[in-house]
Design a binder for this molecule. Structure first.
Ligand code: ADP
Length: 514
């Protein structure tokens, strides 16, 4: 079982209503312009929620080719048309579709106008010049944040996200009059580690704010440069995306070598859980699914299951069960990046026994080639029982969240996770490893009892096949009793995972920093 320290990270300060602030939100991906994971969803939804609360939020991200290709009428703005680090850079402006949110795109063709994803040509590839790419991005964000980009606008606070923006809190320290900075860790495992030669090529000052940069107390991390450390050391506050993960990263097991540093920042470290886009993920209004439904019309969910079974060629005759309540075999869904973090190997290892236990499964994901190949082989082996779709597909993701009976999320670690919250909103029961944000947002059912109280899903605490199977047995026990099953589904559907609550907490944190 996961051990976490009893000393928890600082609670977000409480206080009265926040007055309107100017906020610059810096990120490396932004839904719907470019997305590889949950960060893009946060970068869209949090600024929007803050905007609705009256704050003036502007977003800045690199002008990747994929972003430029999807936009027209881009206007050059500001005065960053000089050469920086030897590259030609300018700023473009757009707004997010159907919102009033302004977005600045850092246009540097030599670094960002290339095929593929934001970080590499394909999912598990990284561009060799990523230190230069995101180093330059951080410099431009700093120019905007200190009103040196010709925009006649200065934020009160810069909200930086993940390592791609992590030099900003440090570069801001060069200026006497500077906005405050908050750095959010969406995933501590991706730290932006580069060689000392890359560090030198960035031509950063030797010392900032009295701190020597090439030092283990600053950017140096076992002989390499860590972007992430720059933010942890220099930001006015640091947070992660759930309180559970904020506790876990203080331990060697989850701290990725930074747990010691994180333990030293004490009151500057917080945990704020993400929300979800409750308009885009709404079973009562979802253009991707077969049949709309709600908590009082859960019987209609079966049409989404049938559509999903048909899409993945899963046989849908059902095998009945002891009390005849649920006549279809339970269908498990997986929507995930296919990386080591997500524990897909545990599913593959357990699959024969999952199938033997009477479950069907559909998987949507993309990522590591070896995992994609193994999943496809499993689909071939268990034709009619297991369906696999490799790729990124919003429609299929919605079909799975609506049509599966349960969503399997065996992540080794999970900073927050979004799919378990989508699933609960759709009456699809999450079955997840009890870590990080998963343990924070799922209420586990007690074993084999008909008194499931307010439970909303199932958690297993050991990362092992036997623990996963035990959770699935508990799932089957409830699934076989339609009254209990509906109670479990409805409890999940009652949960409020909207961004408003998280945005309130961010506002209070911003306010306390300014
Ligand atoms: P992470 O950010 O670690 O990938 P999250 O659960 O926080 O995990 O967010 C994943 C997001 O990406 C969710 O919105 C999920 O629906 C989406 N997603 C993941 N893989 C796919 C895929 N293959 N197709 C469509 N959406 C996907």
């Amino acid at each position: 079982m996961t051990k976490v320290p009893t000393k928890v990270p600082t609670k977000v300060p409480t206080g009265g209503a926040a007055s309107a602030m100017n906020i610059l939100f810096a990120c490396s991906e932004l839904y719907p312009l470019i997305k590889t994971g949950g960060l893009a969803d946060v970068a869209y939804n949090l600024p929007l929620a803050l905007h609705h609360q009256g704050h003036k939020v502007r977003i800045v991200l690199p002008a990747y080719r994929a972003v430029l290709d999807g936009l027209s009428h881009l206007k050059p703005v500001g005065q960053i048309n000089t050469s920086i680090q030897g590259y030609d850079v300018s700023l473009l402006k757009t707004s997010l579709k159907n919102t009033e949110l302004q977005v600045y795109l850092v246009h540097c063709p030599a670094l960002f106008d290339r095929p593929g994803g934001p970080y590499g040509e394909f999912a598990d590839h990284s561009w060799e010049d990523n230190a230069q790419r995101f180093g330059l991005f951080c410099r431009i964000v700093t120019l905007i944040a200190t009103d040196r980009a010709g925009l006649a606008w200065q934020p009160d606070l810069v909200h930086c996200n993940d390592w791609h923006t992590a030099l900003v809190p440090m570069l801001l320290r060069v200026y006497q009059s500077r906005p405050r900075s908050l750095f959010t860790i969406h995933n501590l495992a991706y730290q932006g580690l580069f060689s000392e030669a890359d560090f030198k090529a960035l031509k950063l000052p030797e010392v900032i704010d009295g701190v020597r940069l090439w030092d283990f107390r600053a950017l140096e991390f076992y002989g390499q440069m860590s972007f992430m450390k720059a933010a942890i050391v220099f930001a006015d506050a640091v947070n992660t995306v759930s309180r559970g993960y904020a506790r876990e990263v203080l331990t060697p097991q989850f701290g990725c070598g930074l747990d010691g540093l994180l333990r030293t920042i004490g009151d500057r470290f917080h945990g704020i859980v993400n929300g979800i886009d409750t308009k885009f993920w709404d079973p009562g209004n979802d253009c991707f699914i077969e049949t709309l439904y709600g908590a009082s019309s859960l019987h209609r969910k079966i049409f989404n299951k049938l559509a999903l079974q048909s899409e993945f060629h899963i046989s849908s005759y059902g095998n009945g069960n002891s009390n005849g309540n649920n006549n279809e075999r339970p269908l498990l869904g997986v929507v995930s990046r296919l990386t080591g973090q997500k524990g897909i190997d545990l599913i593959l290892e357990t699959l024969p026994r999952i199938i033997e236990s009477g479950f069907d499964m559909v998987v949507l994901g993309s990522g590591e080639k070896s995992v994609e190949i193994e999943l496809q082989a499993a689909a071939a082996k268990y034709r009619g029982r297991v369906g696999v779709r490799i790729g990124y597909d919003e429609r299929i993701a919605h079909m799975i969240i609506a049509g599966a009976d349960a969503l399997l999320i065996p992540s080794r670690y999970e900073p927050c996770g979004l799919t378990q919250m989508y699933a609960q909103r759709y009456g699809t029961v999450p079955v997840a490893h009890g870590v990080g944000g998963l343990a924070d947002t799922i209420i586990d059912i007690p074993p084999y009892t008909e008194d499931i109280a307010d439970a909303t899903g199932l958690l297993f605490w050991d990362f092992s096949s036997s623990a996963l199977l035990e959770a699935l047995q508990r799932l089957a026990f409830v699934y076989d009793n339609l009254l209990l099953w509906r109670q479990l589904q409805r409890a999940g559907m009652r949960e409020n995972f909207s961004w408003e609550h998280s945005a309130d907490q961010y506002c209070r944190l911003y306010q306390s920093l300014c």
